[in-house]
Every structure is written in structure tokens, then in C-alpha cells.
Design a protein around this ligand. Structure first.
Ligand code: M6R
Length: 610
């Protein structure tokens, strides 16, 4: 939700903090700030707005500090303003802290601190932290942090800088990510590995309840429950340009174009040489366990939820087991039927979405076995699951999820085929044609990108001035329509709705007026006659219908105003192709409307609050 950075080492801190914040700006971008230790004083610079506003305020005065912390904010408590920006200070301006998460008992703590003479400057929950550390500080920052977090309810990743401990930083985490980067005689904190890859590939992921001390001379010490613990350093082998725009105007466009590569990564090592089976070495389900599965529960948010809707259809048709898909934030309100006979599939790009994490814990409490589908390595969800199937899409920086969605679909299909074979529902012979198409999917997505981008850019011009756009489809197409509508609304701010095509006549068709754009997905030949009827009904009301179908589908093409043509693929797998034009449509509509594509208003990449 917010991005944290920290540095201690021989280099100038300000440029490193700024670079680290820029690399994490997607996590929050309504205000930013840094605090560095210079001439025995904390120098605090904060600015409402984007990191460019902070940079402007710093005005090139990098100073001489070699230790500091920084933060880019997505506001929860206290509206975006200079004063509410992090870092926050204690009363004496000797302790500065940054925080990602929500301190749920902040009001009680604030009252308690005010009673003891502390003076607060902001409306944030975070400001309780430096005041609490100040209260407990007795020459030992680590001990003060331990006492502070013992008082906290809620979630946090926090880093503290103290004037009296000039070559150290102390941090703590619970339910929010925090990474330590280990360089040559220098150390970093960040919320995301991508922010550190330009400095070091050696990273240590803090775990829930960890409190970490970085001492420039002595290195990293981690404590949990008051005792020292060992945390493994992992080597991150991402391409150092993975978190750069690589010549594209926006991360979103880069990530859309990276999809063939990302799918290739997701597939790597997971397809048997004879293409008759999927090999998921991460899973070690026994035959007995597989026999005991009565139902599958998929839980996720946003785009990941939409991927789950596709997964449900594929799994139910192949495994003949009931599959439920829940929006993670709604999950707890319906007393789901989940027990040890349930296989829970938790999908999350970031692996940090709080609603999804809580749903995972609920599934665990009820006895389910948990498979997580995550992109971010070593994230909280991937750690808490019994098994993780990584999507290996590389860092996704744009707020609008694209390559994560397509690779989540790929993993869901692979998992479906894997289970189908092991549950005796499909033979190698039956799966081979599908697996062979999975293997060739990166190439097909490349063809979609090559063939339709210009046409879509023009189509986006036509819909950019409309305040409503509709997406319709049946079966798999309806699930993808939901994702297309989400993409369009989140980055272009055009109101977009997806409807099951058959539902239109039950109310929504009343909204159709002459010229209104409707995107009609028609990749399921078995449903074409009905889709054609729906499109004809829309045309009778003068809607402008853009179809999405395969080359041979004359029936659809004849009734649409324009049809975007996809390469042929088994209809079961079509979501991985049909989503691509919809991503491009949203992208070009947002560009045409002058929107900030990578950082849409009010949003942040990873939602680590409830
Ligand atoms: O990191 P997660 O996959 O758990 O994130 C879930 C949603 O917040 C995310 O997919 C969101 O809907 C995207 N902005 C959509 O593009």
C-alpha cells in the first residue's frame, strides 16, 4: 500500500532513497518523504503529491548524509498532505519512522501518549510509532522497538532512524512486506525487491513478527519473540532491467508486451517432453489425498479473482468437482463450506493482499490444504500456503495487472490438467492436444499483439469520449469480459460494465443508446448462435459493437460493426488470447484520455489494508 526504503552505508543516502521511492511509486503516490541523518540532526523533507514533488522540494541538495529512510504513501488515516506524509517524528525530532499498514489501536495509543505529554502533528495512525519508541527509548533503539511493537494491534512494516544511533536502522514487520538488501558494506530496506535490484541481488525477507537491526559494521540481526533467529539470504536473479520501462512509455504497455515471455517463464520445466502431462514438482499430493478432495475453493481479489472465475470453469469441466470462487473480502461473511476435504487455491500477484491473506488463514483454520498462485517470491501468502505455484512473470509494476493475470490463467490451466491426469479424469492422450496448445501459447499471444495493436489504438479513439462502455460474453467470455471492464475503468475512468450476454435483456439493455460502445466477446463457437442474437438485439438499438472472435467466425463478423480477429485456439484456452486486445483497448483509451496509466487515481498496486 505504501513503499518503504531505508539505507545505511558509505554512499550518499538521498539519491538512493529517491531512486528506491521511484521504483516503488506504484505502491502509493499521494505523498512522499525522506528523513536523513546529517550534522547530528534529522533532516526531514516531505511533500504532498508524487515523488517528483518531493524531488523538487529537495532541489538537488543531496547533502552529506549516508543513512536515511523514505516513504511513498497511499493515504489511509489522514488525507494526503505535507504534514500527514511520512516519515513522522517524535517530540524531540530525534526519531524518524516510516510505516506501511494500519495501527488499529492507534487512537487508544495516541490518547495514552498525549496523557504523557506527547504532542502530535498529524492525523495519521503512524505518528504513534515514533512517540512510542521515544517513550521506551533508553539508549537502545532495538529494545525500544521491541517494546513498541508489543503495544501494537494491526499490521505494519516500519523502519526507524534515531539520531543517537547514527549507523543503525531498526525495523519490524507484521502482515506487511519488508525486505533487507545486503550489499558490499551497505544495507537497504524496501517494501519490494524490485526497488533494490539495481543495488544488490542478495535479499532477506523478514517474516511476521520479525524485528531487524541493521548495523553498518556488524550487519543484520533478526529477532522474533525476543530471540535471535536466522533468516536465509536469497539471491534474486531477475534481469536488472526487469523493473525499468525498457523504452516503453508506460510499464503497463511494457508488461502487456512481455506476456509471451512471461508465459514462457511460467511454462518452463512444467510440460512433459511428450506433451501428455503437466509436471508440477512443487506439489506432492498423494493418491489418497487426491481421492479425498470433495470441493475446490478459489479465493482472490480484483484481477486475480477474475482469473479464478476462468479456473473454476476449466476445473469443473475437467475434474467434475464443485469449485467455488470467492472475492476474498466477502469470503468471511458467508460461512463457506470448507474442511479438510477442500483444496483451497489462493491467487495473488503480490502475495500480500490483506483480504486474500485473511481468507487463506480462514481456509487453514477450517482444515483445507492450500495452494497459492503468486508472482512475488517469498511473499506472505506464498509463505503461509502449503504449496506455491509461482507465475514467474517478473516484477509487475503497473497498477493495472496484465502479465500477472495471463500467467495466473496459465497456472490454473496447468493445475487443472495436472489434477485431471492424477484424478483419473483425463488420459495423456486426451490432454495432449491441449497441453501442446499451452506450449505454443506464448507464440499465439505474440501474434495477437502483432496483429491487432494498431486497430485497437483506433478503436480506443472511438470510445474515449463515451462515459459508459459495455462488455458482454457467455461462459469463458463472460469471465474475460469482467476483466476487460475492470481494466478499462481502473485506468481510463470510463464507467465500464461486463454482463453475461444473456442477462442484458433482463434490465441492462435499457441503458443502450445509439452509438454506445459494446465489446462482444465471441470465442466460444458453441454459444455463437445466442451471442449473434444478443449482438443483433444491440444493433437494433444502434449500439456500436466491436466483436472479438476467431477468423472463421463469419456469423459474428457479419453482425458486428468491427471484429478483432484472434488466432485459432481451443475455446477452453481462449481467455489467454481474448484478454490481450482488452488490455490494449484499456491502455490506449487511457492514453487517449490523458490519464496517468501506471498510477491511476485512488489506487495502489498492492492492497495491504482491509
Ligand atoms: O496482488 P493481488 O493479485 O492480490 O492484487 C489483487 C488486486 O488488488 C489486483 O488484481 C487489482 O484488482 C488490480 N489493480 C487490477 O488490475
Amino acid at each position: 500500500m505504501c513503499g518503504i526504503i531505508g539505507y545505511v552505508g558509505p554512499r550518499l543516502a538521498v539519491p538512493i532513497l529517491l531512486e528506491g521511492l521511484k521504483a516503488q511509486e506504484y505502491r502509493g503516490y499521494d505523498s512522499a518523504g525522506i528523513a536523513v541523518l546529517e550534522n547530528d540532526m534529522i533532516r526531514l523533507i516531505r511533500a504532498q503529491g508524487k515523488i517528483s514533488a518531493l524531488e523538487e522540494r529537495i532541489g538537488g541538495e543531496v547533502g552529506t548524509a549516508t543513512v536515511g529512510i523514505g516513504h511513498t504513501r497511499w493515504a489511509t488515516h489522514g488525507r494526503p498532505s505535507d504534514i500527514n506524509s511520512h516519515p513522522h517524528l517524535d517530540c524531540k525530532s530525534e526519531i524518524a519512522m516510516v510505516h506501511n499498514g494500519i495501527i488499529e489501536n492507534y487512537q487508544e495509543l495516541r490518547d495514552w501518549l498525549i496523557e504523557r505529554g506527547h504532542v502530535f502533528a498529524s492525523q495519521t495512525d503512524t505518528e504513534t510509532l515514533p512517540h512510542l519508541v521515544e517513550h521506551y527509548y533508553n539508549g537502545d533503539l532495538l529494545a525500544a522497538m521491541m517494546q513498541t511493537v508489543a503495544r501494537l494491534e494491526g499490521s505494519y512494516a516500519t523502519v526507524a532512524l534515531c539520531k543517537h544511533d547514527p549507523r543503525r536502522l531498526v525495523a519490524a514487520r507484521r502482515d506487511n512486506p519488508l525486505i533487507i538488501g545486503i550489499g558490499e558494506g551497505e544495507y537497504f530496506f524496501a517494501s519490494d525487491m524490485a526497488a533494490l535490484i539495481q543495488y544488490t541481488r542478495n535479499m532477506l525477507v523478514l517474516q511476521n513478527g520479525d524485528i531487524a537491526l541493521i548495523d553498518e559494521e556488524k550487519g543484520v540481526s533478526v529477532y522474533n519473540d525476543g530471540k535471535p533467529v536466522t533468516r536465509e539470504t536469497i539471491y534474486i536473479d531477475w534481469d536488472k532491467d526487469a523493473a525499468q520501462k525498457g523504452g516503453y512509455e508506460h510499464f503497463m504497455l511494457k508488461e502487456i508486451h512481455e506476456q509471451p515471455w512471461a508465459l514462457g517463464q511460467t511454462l518452463r520445466g512444467r510440460i512433459a517432453a511428450d506433451e501428455r502431462d503437466i509436471e508440477l514438482k512443487e506439489l506432492d499430493f498423494s493418491t489418497e489425498y487426491l481421492r479425498s478432495i470433495n470441493n475446490i475453493a478459489i479465493v482472490a481479489c480484483g484481477t486475480a479473482y477474475h482469473a479464478g472465475l476462468v479456473g473454476k470453469k476449466a476445473m469443473e469441466s475437467m475434474l467434475r468437482i464443485p469449485v467455488e470462487v470467492d472475492i476474498a473480502s466477502e469470503f468471511q461473511y458467508r460461512d463457506p463450506i470448507i474442511d479438510r476435504h477442500t483444496l483451497a487455491i489462493i491467487i495473488s500477484q503480490s502475495g500480500e493482499t490483506m483480504d486474500t491473506l485473511l481468507a487463506l488463514r480462514e481456509c487453514r483454520k477450517r482444515g483445507a490444504k492450500i495452494v497459492a498462485i503468486c508472482n512475488v517470491l517469498d511473499s506472505t501468502i506464498s509463505r503461509e500456503a502449503d504449496y506455491v505455484l509461482y507465475t514467474w512473470a517478473g516484477p509487475e509494476i503497473a497498477v493495472a495487472s496484465t502479465k500477472a493475470y495471463i500467467t495466473q490463467l496459465m497456472v490454473l490451466y496447468m493445475l487443472t490438467f495436472y489434477l485431471a491426469r492424477r484424478m483419473g479424469m483425463k488420459s495423456g492422450d486426451e490432454l495432449q492436444p491441449l497441453i501442446s496448445q499451452l506450449y505454443r501459447l506464448p507464440e499465439k499471444v505474440g501474434q495477437v499483439l502483432d496483429s491487432c495493436e494498431t486497430e485497437i489504438e483506433q478503436a480506443a479513439q472511438q470510445l474515449k469520449d463515451w462515459s459508459d462502455v459495455f462488455f458482454i460474453g457467455r461462459g469463458y467470455d463472460y469471465s474475460v469480459a469482467l476483466e476487460g471492464a475492470l481494466k478499462l475503468k481502473e485506468i481510463s475512468y470510463i464507467h465500464a460494465e461486463a454482463y453475461a450476454a444473456g442477462e442484458l435483456k433482463h434490465g441492462t439493455i435499457a441503458l443502450i443508446e445509439p452509438g454506445i460502445p459494446v465489446i462482444a466477446l465471441a470465442t466460444q463457437p458453441a454459444m455463437h448462435p445466442r451471442m449473434v442474437s444478443n449482438i443483433v438485439e444491440l444493433k437494433a438499438r444502434d449500439a456500436h459493437v466491436i466483436g472479438l472472435s476467431f477468423g472463421g467466425c463469419q456469423d459474428v463478423m457479419e453482425v458486428c460493426d468491427q471484429t478483432l480477429v484472434l488466432p485459432d485456439i481451443d475455446p477452453l484456452l481462449s481467455p489467454m488470447l481474448s484478454v490481450v486486445p482488452l488490455q490494449l483497448l484499456a491502455y490506449y483509451a487511457a492514453v487517449a484520455r490523458g490519464c496517468e496509466v501506471d498510477q491511476p487515481r485512488n489506487l495502489a498496486k498492492s492492497v495491504t489494508v482491509l
